[in-house]
Design a protein around this ligand. Structure first.
Ligand SMILES: Nc1ncnc2c1ncn2[C@@H]1O[C@H](COP(=O)(O)OP(=O)(O)O)[C@@H](O)[C@H]1O
Ligand SMILES: [Mg+2]
Length: 215
C-alpha cells in the first residue's frame, strides 16, 4: 500500500511590509506547479470564525481596546478554530499549508505591544497547538526603512498595528529574529530586501530541503 506523503506546514513571519503575503502567494504557486497541493491561508483568520475574530482584533469598535491578555486569548481562540477546521484536516490529507503569520506573531506582538509574559504566551501556545507545530518557519528580515516604504506604497487604510510608531516596528523585527536564533531547527531567516523574485527563490531553496534533499 503506497502511503501518501505527509503534508508540510510552512509559516511566514516578520513585521508589516516585509513581504510575507507576496511570498506566500509565490510559494503557493510554486508548490502547485510542482504538483503539490497547497492551501494558502493567514492568521489571524483562515476560517469564518477566525476571520470574524480578526476583524474584532484589527478594527475594534470606536473608543474600545482589547487588554493585552484578552487580545492574546482572542488570537489564540481564532488559531484553535483555524487548526481544527482547516490546517489539521489539510495536513491529514497530505496537502501543504502555507500560513501568512502564525504563533510566532502572537509571541512577538502580544509581548512587544501588550507586555503579556512570554511564559504565559508559550503556555497558551502549547495548549492550542498540541502536536501541530510548523515544519518550517521563514522569518523575513528587511531593514526598517525598506519595510516602511513598502507599507507606505501598499494601498488601503492602516490597521491598529500598522499605525504604531517606528520603535514598535523595530522591537517587532528584533523579536522575530530572536525567535529564529533560539529555534534554528525550525526557523530560517530570509533576506527580504532582495527583489520579490529573489526572495521567492531563497525561500524555495529552503522549502526544497523539506521535500527530501532536492535542494
Ligand atoms: N521583495 C520585494 N521587493 C519589493 N517590493 C515588495 C517585495 N515584497 C513585497 N513587496 C511590496 O511591498 C508591499 C508589502 O508587501 P506585503 O507582501 O503585503 O508585506 P506583508 O504581508 O509582510 O505586510 C506590497 O506593496 C508588495 O507588493
Ligand atoms: Mg500581509
Amino acid at each position: 500500500m503506497s502511503e501518501r506523503p505527509a503534508g508540510r506546514f510552512i509559516t511566514l513571519e516578520g513585521g508589516e511590509g516585509t513581504g510575507k503575503s507576496t511570498l506566500a502567494k509565490g510559494l503557493a504557486r510554486k508548490l502547485e506547479a510542482a504538483g503539490i497541493r497547497a492551501i494558502l491561508t493567514r492568521e489571524p483568520g483562515g476560517t469564518p470564525l477566525a476571520e470574524a475574530a480578526r476583524h474584532l482584533l484589527l478594527h475594534p469598535p470606536e473608543g474600545e481596546a482589547w487588554s493585552p491578555l484578552s487580545e492574546a486569548l482572542l488570537v489564540n481562540a481564532a488559531r484553535r478554530d483555524h487548526l481544527e477546521k482547516l490546517i489539521r484536516p489539510a495536513l491529514a490529507r497530505g496537502d501543504w499549508v502555507i500560513c501568512d503569520r502564525f504563533a510566532d506573531s502572537t509571541r512577538v506582538y502580544q509581548s512587544v505591544s501588550g507586555g503579556v509574559a512570554q511564559s504565559t504566551l508559550l503556555s497558551i501556545e502549547s495548549e492550542v497547538l498540541g502536536d501541530t507545530v510548523p515544519s518550517m518557519t521563514l522569518v523575513l528580515d528587511v531593514s526598517l526603512e525598506v519595510a516602511r516604504e513598502r507599507r507606505a506604497v501598499r494601498a488601503g487604510a492602516m490597521d491598529t498595528f500598522e499605525r504604531r510608531p517606528e520603535a514598535f516596528h523595530e522591537a517587532v523585527q528584533m523579536a522575530f529574529l530572536a525567535i529564529a536564533e533560539a529555534e534554528p531547527a525550525r526557523c530560517r531567516v530570509i533576506d527580504a530586501g532582495q527583489s520579490a523574485e529573489d526572495v521567492l527563490e531563497a525561500a524555495w531553496g529552503e522549502i526544497c530541503s523539506l521535500m527530501g534533499g532536492q535542494q
